[in-house]
Design a binder for this molecule. Structure first.
Ligand code: NAP
Length: 307
């Protein structure tokens, strides 16, 4: 029986593990075995204090090194279910059943699908959610980015260094991303913004060939030949493994102490309902969750029946 099992080895999970280990908790971090987290796919992060510019991989490497140096055990495992049975938490993976006094859910989120015809069919055949992974396939080709947030603009900038032309299709006429990124994108000669417009269909047989766009102000529908489509319309949390109070989009509801609706289960990072999903906020969530877990576990251990 562990004191604490942390599910997820991203910024929230690893930060929580460092705090937990330093409190002397016997801590296990379960890292998803196959799919890399969102952070590992980020080419460049420029807003994590202390790192003027670092890749997600580099930053995560440092976090991991820090956790291991504090005696945290990190294990690859795909978690299927988390359950609370009285004071014991059960974590069911594909291989085994693990037990802990407390659990921190730090499972992050994945890109949200746009849900237009052709998106699923052409996934991996020109449709992508990650420029870091797929931009090199579009050297000197024309690509289209959907969205106006941090991810869309960051990845449009990455693509502009490889593709010959990058169209950014956004449903409004102002971007959601931070001003620094906006200004950089506006200065790029090969990035063109298509405002007030939505992507309605992606067409192609074995590869993306063209898209159908609709201007929301004029209702004009246009067809555009394109080689690749990169979609960034938000994130979906990985929270189906546990039954807790969640909002309508599946993000876990917590209080300021990262406590969920179940005693002894905490949530931190991109999988929880919050106002800002960043590395810096995930790290802070992780620290708070670990402190709350530590207090809970100490309380459990001090109860007379457990002594
Ligand atoms: P986001 O901030 O939620 O932005 C999604 C964008 O897609 C918005 O511009 C939104 O338009 C648009 N959109 C949503 N649904 C749409 C639809 N059905 N059709 C067309 N457009 C649609 O998502 P994100 O950019 O993926 O970022 C997710 C989180 O990760 C954010 O909190 C972000 O700050 C964070 N992030 C951080 C970094 C970093 O720190 N370096 C990098 C990337 C992402 P509206 O603007 O009209 O709503």
């Amino acid at each position: 029986m562990y004191d604490l099992i942390i599910i997820g080895a991203g910024p929230a999970g690893l930060a929580a593990s460092i705090y937990a280990a330093r409190y002397g908790l016997d801590t296990l971090v379960l890292e998803q075995s196959a799919v890399p987290g969102q952070i590992s796919m980020a080419t460049v992060i420029e807003n994590y204090p202390g790192f003027i510019s670092a890749s997600g991989k580099e930053l995560m490497g440092r976090f991991k090194e820090h956790a291991l140096a504090n005696g945290v055990t990190i294990k690859k495992a795909d978690v299927i279910k988390v359950e609370s049975v009285t004071d014991k938490k059960l974590v069911l993976t594909r291989e085994e059943e693990l037990h802990a006094h407390a659990v921190i859910i730090a499972t992050g989120a994945n890109p949200r699908l746009l849900g237009v015809p052709g998106e699923r069919k052409l996934l991996g055949k020109g449709v992508s959610y990650c420029a870091t992974c797929d931009a090199p396939f579009f050297e000197d080709q024309e690509v289209l980015v959907v969205g106006g947030g941090e991810s869309a603009v960051t990845d449009a900038l990455i693509l502009s260094g490889i593709a010959s032309k990058v169209y950014v299709v956004h449903r409004r006429d102002t971007l959601r991303s931070c001003k620094v990124l906006q200004q950089r994108a506006f200065l790029k000669e090969n990035i063109e913004f298509i405002w007030d417009t939505v992507l309605e269909e992606i067409i192609g047989e074995d590869a993306v060939e063209k898209v159908i766009l609709r201007n929301l102000k004029t209702d004009e529908v246009t067809e555009k030949n394109i080689d690749g489509v990169f979609i960034y319309v938000g994130i979906n949390p990985n929270t189906s493994l546990v039954e807790l109070d969640k909002n309508e989009n599946g993000f876990i509801r917590t209080n300021a102490r990262m406590e969920t609706s179940v005693k002894g289960i905490y949530a931190a990072g991109d999988c929880r309902e919050t106002s800002l999903w960043q590395v810096v906020t995930a790290v802070a969530d992780g620290a708070v969750a670990a402190v709350s877990a530590q207090e809970y576990i100490t309380g459990l251990k001090l109860r007379p029946q457990d002594i």
